[in-house]
Design a protein around this ligand. Structure first.
Ligand SMILES: Nc1ncnc2c1ncn2[C@@H]1O[C@H](COP(=O)(O)OP(=O)(O)OP(=O)(O)O)[C@@H](O)[C@H]1O
Ligand SMILES: [Mg+2]
Length: 1018
């Protein structure tokens, strides 16, 4: 065992090992020369470590530790391990002595609801929680223990404002018995938040709702511990944000709220347009929040809060006028002492009801008084720009203060009995480039840290007194030196800042020279040669060194308007301007004015005085990562913040006195081996300890009423002795145990050997008998088996022969049958084949005959067709002749009509002759009558022939068609056509014969054609 750098280094000790700035758990294997061999838990690799500051003792159990002070080994990795394992389980709160550490979860946890408030209020919950702290604070109020303060600090985005809001909610709920309607003080207290946040918060790279001011809210309670009023005090509003924001950051929320929430009519009233039209909003290229909060909804909430906080319509109008005027002021551009584009200036003049000329004058000219004579001088462009920016800053700051005052007016402050002060203030800031704002903030943190140190020390000393132990003054790490650097009268940094502002020509360079000189006398102010070139200086703050850049210190510290501009503002109709503090507005050259640093120092002094008169409670908010992500815990971020928030300092202080304290019971349980007696009670323990009857010789332990206090060295020493004694005892126990174990083993082993020999021999004999029996049995089995095999073979052979015979016979029979079948099939095939051949031949012959027949018929038909055509030609001739006859007939008929008349005449004559030749002609008449009868017959026949000819004519076309078809259907129709042609021919012959007969008869009877026709028609 060996001690190095206060670490008890024994083999198998669990430790934390630092490698590449990360802590890994492992165990100590051994010590080799001046190095320690360690084995890492995560990869089981071993490594030699020579730098012992990279090794820290590991606790048996870091998880579920509610108070880090209870960690046996309170070192950096153990704290980180404890905090991160709790954070993983969403346990974001942990105590470190009197400080509550709150790690921002960046997600909603169900731990702030009314039931939780009730449980904490009824003291039913013990674990670390914001409500645990505030319930203790409220209990103190209930028990009239005096004024209380809750000091909440931490980096930007760590959750200070969030915690303050929940504390206010807790107090409002418990004070009003969970009945917060619109008119209660509690409700008004909560409604002040949206107003303050609209005007004092802005989106930064660290936090979308970052408070750009510090605040101390005093909540007043009456005799019955009910809230009766409140008072809000604000610190260091970040005015520079009005003019300049980093890329991705926004100006104060109010500008965006108005531009997104206001109706168009209202916007016209204030001559407002859209966000990117205003230069104080548009150069950072960021207009919307990324945390999901909607500016329009926030505007509605703001108006509602204004009403609840009794702001009149005129108040609200005046506020919006000033905000709009600031937007327009930012747009004014001056070049060569001329205002470019008068629109913005006109808007400002109209909105604020200030004469345009007055405003223009104060931006372009300044009055200089020398020997009681006043001169007017034109301003350079840069000077004009400074006037505008200063006016913006001054107006906004005063408006903000006015709003805070107006909120405070809502609350009664007299007749209160006690108060709880909530301080939500920026934590220690270290950036790449640190300016005037950072030095003020860090100075405030130094002052608060000293107050914190004193309080912790006071608590320590109070504990010693309560425990009635002897104690001397505790020397604790102090930041007095750093505070002196700031506060020394007439020499301190703050005086120097102030002094430089008083000179009309005061500037950053002159101030830097003074600081350089001052650095020679102060240890905590250092300037290296390199820093001189860049005008930098370094201050040793309690968490570490911070380097500041002197640029802009004087102008930022002044921020005072010239008298011309101040007069201008006071001329405005806007009532808010009339409430502005003239002293704060006027030039620093007047004695009544005061610099920013001085104002802040005074405010801080008042604040510290107030806090000192209260019982303080500390909440340190930590940001687990810089991406604002849930469930992400970055060790280096946390350790830096623990340093900056003074938690490590607090631990140091408590470790400076008697850092190790244990109740008597715990001490007895842990260190009973250090006493001669083993069994004794607490009283005996105290007397033993007080009489110095310890086995060991340690000097600086103290025995209190309930606890034993130890210095760290003594604790290490008795821990070492405890370990040595433990080791010694362990060795003896191990020796006896090992001897007993081996003896027991030997006896048992011997017994086992004898028993096993017995069993083995019995087993072998049984095996032998078994073998002989098995041989005899096997011979018998063999003979039976062989007989069986031979019989079986014989039976199989017989079976096989029969089987073969059966197969052969079957084969022969099958062959015969197949031959028969083949013959039969051959016959059928032959017959079919022969039939096929004959049929084929027959079909071939038939086809040939048909072809020949067809050819002959075609030939005959062709001949017939030719003949028919010839006949047709002949018929056509006949037709023509017939036509001629017809024509003749027609002319005959005509002649007939002519001769009819002639016949009638002749009839007359004939009647006459009849009478004369009656007798003579009687015979002739009879003969004539016979001839007429014959002629009638012939005429009738001729008439029939005429009909036939007509029919023929009608059928002629059909015949033509038939003739055409006859060529195709020659075979079928040929005969019919021929018959028809013959018939026609016959008819024509008959017709001709009849005509000839008629002619002959006419000729025989010697009758003229006219007589004939006359006779015929009688
Ligand atoms: N306890 C919590 N539970 C859930 N979210 C939280 C909690 N605390 C803080 N947050 C989240 O972190 C964000 C930043 O918190 P908050 O505004 O309180 O930081 P801050 O310390 O006041 O920062 P700044 O100094 O910039 O004003 C909140 O908007 C919220 O989303
Ligand atoms: Mg905040």
């Amino acid at each position: 065992m060996y001690i190095n750098n206060n670490i008890l280094m024994e083999s198998n000790t669990k430790v934390w090992i630092k490698k590449e700035n990360l802590w890994f758990s492992g165990i100590i294997m051994s010590k080799i020369n001046e190095q320690v061999l360690v084995k890492f838990d995560h990869n089981k690799k071993t490594e030699l470590i020579d730098n012992f500051s990279n090794i820290k003792l590991k606790n048996q159990n870091d998880d579920n530790i509610n108070d880090l002070m209870n960690l046996q080994h309170l070192n950096e990795p153990s704290m980180l391990n404890a905090l991160s394992s709790r954070y993983k389980k969403n346990t974001i709160y942990t105590y470190t002595g009197p400080i509550l550490i709150a790690i921002n979860p960046f997600k909603n946890l169900e731990i702030y609801d009314d039931s939780n408030i009730k449980n904490f209020n009824n003291n039913q919950i013990e674990y670390p929680h914001l409500y645990g702290v505030i319930s203790k604070v409220y209990d103190n109020i209930r028990q009239c223990k005096g004024n209380q303060s809750v000091l909440i600090s931490g980096n930007s985005g760590s959750g200070k404002t969030f915690s303050t809001r929940y504390i206010m909610k807790y107090l409002s709920k418990v004070s009003s018995n969970f009945d917060t309607n619109e008119n209660t003080v509690e409700r008004k207290l909560l409604e002040s938040n949206p107003i303050l946040e609209a005007f004092g918060n802005a989106k930064t790279l660290m936090n979308d709702n970052s408070s750009r001011f510090g605040k101390y809210i005093k909540i007043f309670f009456d005799d019955e511990s009910k809230i009766i009023g409140a008072n809000i005090e604000t610190y260091l509003l970040e005015k520079i944000r009005l003019i300049n924001q980093k890329n991705g950051e926004r100006n104060f929320h109010i500008f965006y709220l108005i531009l997104s929430g206001m109706s168009n009519i209202d916007k016209q009233k204030y001559k407002l347009t859209k966000m990117d039209d205003y230069s104080i909003l548009n150069h950072s290229n960021c207009y919307v929040r990324e945390d999901g909060v909607n500016d329009q909804e926030q505007y509605e909430e703001l108006i509602q809060s204004f009403h609840i906080m009794n702001f009149t319509e005129t108040d609200i109008e005046n506020i919006f006028s000033i905000i709009s005027a600031i937007l327009h002021l930012g747009n004014i551009v001056i070049k060569d002492n001329q205002i470019i584009d008068n629109f913005s200036l006109k808007c400002v003049s109209e909105i604020l009801s200030i004469e345009y000329v007055d405003l223009k004058r104060c931006f372009l000219q300044k009055k200089i008084t020398v020997n009681e004579e006043t001169f007017i001088k034109s301003l350079k462009d840069i000077e004009s720009y400074n006037v505008i920016t200063t006016m913006i800053k001054v107006i906004y700051e005063n408006l903000f203060n006015w709003i805070v005052k107006r909120i405070n007016k809502n609350f009664i402050k007299t007749d209160y009995k006690q108060f709880i002060g909530l301080l939500d203030i920026f934590g220690f800031e270290v950036f790449y480039k640190n300016n005037f704002e950072q030095i003020c903030i860090n100075y405030a943190n130094e002052s608060l840290q000293q107050q914190f140190n004193k309080y912790i020390l006071k608590n320590e000393q109070k504990l010693y007194e309560e425990e009635q132990i002897e104690w001397d003054f505790i020397d604790f790490p102090d930041n007095k030196e750093c505070l002196k650097l700031f506060e020394l009268k007439s020499h301190g940094l703050l005086s120097k800042f102030d002094e430089e502002c008083l000179f009309p020509n005061g500037n950053d360079n002159a101030l830097y020279d003074k600081i350089c000189k001052y650095s020679e006398t102060r240890d905590s102010l250092n300037i290296t040669n390199m820093e001189r070139i860049d005008k930098l200086f370094t201050i040793e703050h309690y968490p570490g060194k911070v380097t500041y850049n002197i640029h802009g210190f004087v102008s930022k510290n002044k921020d005072i308007l010239n008298s011309c501009a101040v007069k201008c503002l006071f001329k405005s109709n806007n009532n808010i301007f009339k409430t502005f503090d003239k002293k704060l507005l006027l030039s620093l050259t007047t004695l009544s004015s005061i610099s920013i640093s001085k104002q802040f120092q005074n405010q801080l002094k008042d604040l510290l005085q107030t806090i000192n008169q209260t019982i303080p409670h500390y909440i340190r908010c930590l940001k687990p990562n810089d991406k604002n992500k849930p469930d992400t815990f970055q060790n280096n971020q946390i350790i830096d913040q623990l340093k900056y928030s003074g938690v490590l300092e607090a631990i140091k202080i408590s470790r400076y006195g008697y850092p190790i304290r244990m109740t008597h019971e715990d001490f007895n349980d842990k260190y009973y081996m250090l006493f001669d007696k083993v069994d004794f009670d607490n009283k005996q323990l105290i007397s033993i300890l007080k009489n110095g009857d310890l086995k060991i010789d340690i000097e600086k332990y103290q025995v209190g009423i309930t606890k034993i206090f130890l210095k760290k060295d003594d604790y290490e020493e008795i821990e070492l002795i405890r370990k040595i004694l433990f080791n010694k005892s362990a060795t003896i126990i191990q020796k006896i145990f090992k001897g007993w174990k081996i003896r027991n083993w030997y006896i048992n082993y011997k017994k086992l050997v004898i028993i096993s020999q017995k069993y083995v021999r019995g087993y072998l004999a049984r095996q032998r008998v078994k073998k002989i029996r098995r041989n005899l049995a096997s011979i018998k089995i063999q003979s039976l088996f062989r007989g069986y095999i031979v019989r079986k073979n014989y039976r199989n052979t017989i079976k096989l022969i029969i089987f073969i015979q059966k197969r052969v016979r079957r084969k022969i029979q099958r062959k015969r049958y197949i031959d028969n079948c083949k013959n039969y099939c051959a016959n059928i095939i032959q017959s079919v084949w022969k039939m096929y051949i004959v049929r084929k031949q027959y079909l071939k012959y038939r086809q040939s005959i048909i072809t020949i027949q067809c050819n002959i018929k075609i030939f005959q038909a062709k001949n017939l067709l030719i003949k028919l055509r010839k006949e047709k030609y002949h018929i056509d001739n006949l037709k023509d002749k017939n036509n001629v006859l017809q024509k003749n007939l027609d002319s005959l008929q005509e002649n007939y009509v002519k001769q009819q008349t002639y016949i009638n005449l002749m009839k007359m004559k004939m009647k006459q002759r009849e009478r004369e030749n009656f007798q003579k002609d009687e015979n002739l008449r009879l003969e004539n009558e016979q001839n007429v009868e014959k002629m009638e017959d012939i005429l009738y026949k001729n008439f029939e022939l005429g009909n036939i000819i007509n029919d023929y004519k009608q059928n002629e076309e059909k015949n033509n068609q038939l003739l055409g078809e006859a060529t195709s259907q020659n075979h079928e129709d040929a005969e019919t056509k021929i018959l028809l042609a013959i018939k026609i021919n016959e008819l024509l012959l008959k017709h001709n014969a009849a005509m000839e007969e008629l002619e002959r008869m006419r000729h025989n009877n010697n009758i003229s054609i006219f007589d004939f026709i006359k006779h015929f028609f009688q």
